[in-house]
Design a protein around this ligand. Structure first.
Ligand code: NDP
Length: 285
């Protein structure tokens, strides 16, 4: 029998992209599954996206990840997008079906899986505060609404952006979502079951930055979650942990969005532990 020297290809397109660690975990998952697949981390500027996607089609890529600044711009270049990606208005994962490229969004799903699996919290019926109104917030809020949360308060510095997000999601998903502007220090409501930082505050290199929130007003059962994964323990999570609150780090969201991507591309279940270990090694934890 002849040997197969041909690899199946997946790539992440972004700019900047050099510090994106996703390739470490996907390559680890491919190795553990014994798959002859490669994950390429590729710098693609905004004006090069259409050519890069056309190139990926021509080379028979099995899938893509998109990161800044391509998550919205990629949509018109695809053949179809999933319902969740349409609601969120952004695509982070592309899978191939025959010769069609289909856009998905696995960020919110990854977050939800971390909440249920790693923190043991069932979102249905819970009351949630999400800080931020950017792409990560939209993905998280959409999946929380689809999962049946009882109350979702979006808190954002930019009022126009926060109001637009809430109006848009209200129109697309029928759910209990509302907005409050972020003025000064935000007192975490006693009723909040989940507090989610979906802003970029605390992201490397600004590791001493922390969202202006008062955790002293949070209830004892509040789960504090961070979308920021670099560093894995943000100052927000450290502070919450020191207060005796339960925490969920952004690595879990990152691992599980990657797990969902692996499943979409290969049709198989990856070794999730191997993926998490590869990421932890990349961050030196
Ligand atoms: P966006 O740029 O789309 O949104 C950023 C949000 O942060 C906005 O709501 C912005 O508010 C807010 N913000 C930024 N700086 C400040 C500040 N100093 N004070 C108050 N608000 C601030 O980013 P994304 O939504 O794409 O990403 C957010 C974070 O989530 C990033 O750190 C990213 O790495 C992380 N992420 C993690 C994932 C994971 O798998 N763990 C997946 C996707 C993202 P305003 O509107 O007022 O400007």
């Amino acid at each position: 029998m002849g040997k197969n020297f041909k690899a199946e290809l997946v790539a992440c397109f972004g700019q900047p992209v050099a510090e994106n660690p996703t390739g470490e975990m996907q390559e680890a998952a491919f190795r553990h599954a014994g798959l002859q697949w490669r994950y390429l981390t590729v710098e693609v500027p905004a004006e090069g996206l259409a050519a890069a996607v056309a190139g990926a089609r021509a080379m028979g890529f099995q899938g893509l990840n998109l990161t800044i600044p391509h998550k919205v711009a990629v949509i018109p270049l695809l053949d179809e997008i999933s319902r969740e990606a349409a609601v969120i208005g952004a695509v982070n994962t592309v899978r191939r079906s025959g010769d069609r490229f289909i856009g998905e969004n696995t960020d919110g799903k990854g977050f939800l899986r971390g909440v249920t699996q790693d923190a043991g919290v069932e979102p249905k019926g819970k009351r949630v505060v999400v800080l931020g109104a950017g792409g990560a917030s939209r993905a998280i809020a959409t999946e929380l609404l689809l999962a049946g949360v009882a109350d979702l308060l979006v808190v954002n510095r930019g009022v126009a952006r926060g109001e637009a997000m809430v109006a848009d999601l209200t129109g697309k998903v029928n759910g209990p979502i509302r907005f409050a502007p972020w003025e000064g220090v935000f007192d975490v409501p006693e009723w909040a079951d989940l507090l989610v930082n979906a802003t970029s505050i605390g992201l490397y290199p600004d590791v001493e930055a922390m969202p202006e929130v008062n955790l002293a007003t949070a209830g004892p059962r509040c789960l504090v979650c961070d979308a920021v994964f670099n560093p894995p323990e943000t100052r927000l999570l450290r502070t919450a942990r020191e207060r005796g609150l339960r925490v969920l780090d952004g690595l879990s969201m990152l691992v599980y969005q990657g797990v969902a991507g692996f499943q979409l591309w290969t049709g198989r279940n990856p070794d999730e532990q191997a993926m998490r270990r590869a990421l932890e090694a990349a961050f030196g934890v």
